[in-house]
Write a protein that binds this ligand. Structure first.
Ligand SMILES: Cc1cc2nc3c(=O)[nH]c(=O)nc-3n(C[C@H](O)[C@H](O)[C@H](O)COP(=O)(O)O)c2cc1C
Length: 180
């Protein structure tokens, strides 16, 4: 199984650590995993012309372009976002908007995904953030295999929580084991 893992945090913190752990879990089941940290990619948001929905061609060419092409060829996705104002980070939202060319005819249908959300307040406040990612998957016809939300504020909180690391690893394993 080929998996693309994406962290939507602008800092080197919890999402990043949990994505790496989930990737290790997936690799332990034989999956090939490539990780993309959105904070390291120079990319723009959607230009808004929406022609891409019909012709499948994104007019914006930047460092997200090859990532989208890789997703087209992968079997599974790991998506992690920090909870910002009860939603995904701006980086993650900009990334999601750039996937509009793949929506029509559900070009990503049949892929599977695992999602993680990290927030500093309550787990309850992460519900809408998870919902945004769920809706994104649903629009693309991607099947949700597992979802976790983590309570963490400081950038090293997840790193120091063995239970969180175990849960992230299991999520990755489960995704890799989810065969068609
Ligand atoms: C702009 C901003 C908005 C935030 N909004 C929320 C929020 O609405 N709910 C919440 O639980 N945490 C919120 N947080 C806290 C982050 O979700 C938390 O620090 C999380 O651990 C960040 O994940 P990261 O380490 O992967 O960046 C916010 C943080 C920032 C910087």
């Amino acid at each position: 199984m080929r998996i693309i893992a994406i962290s939507g945090s602008p800092r080197s913190g919890n999402c990043e650590r949990l994505v790496k752990e989930a990737a290790e879990g997936a690799r332990s089941e034989g999956a090939e995993v490539e990780i993309f940290l959105l904070r390291n990619l120079k990319f723009a948001g959607c230009c808004g012309r929406d022609q891409c929905y019909h012709d499948g061609i994104c007019l914006v060419k930047d460092e997200v372009t090859p990532v989208l092409k890789k997703i087209q060829k992968c079997d599974g996705l790991i998506i992690a976002s920090p909870n910002y104002f009860n939603n995904v980070s701006g980086l993650m939202k900009n990334f999601m908007d750039r996937t509009n060319p793949y929506c029509k005819d559900k070009k990503w249908k049949g892929k599977k995904a695992a999602i993680m959300v990290v927030g500093g307040a309550t787990k309850r406040s992460a519900i809408r953030c998870s919902r945004t990612i769920n809706d994104f998957l649903w629009i693309h016809g991607i099947e949700l295999v597992g979802s976790r939300s983590f309570l963490a504020e400081g950038p090293r909180d997840a790193e120091q929580n063995k239970d969180y690391l175990k849960k992230a690893r299991l999520l990755g394993k489960n995704l890799a084991m989810a065969k068609n």
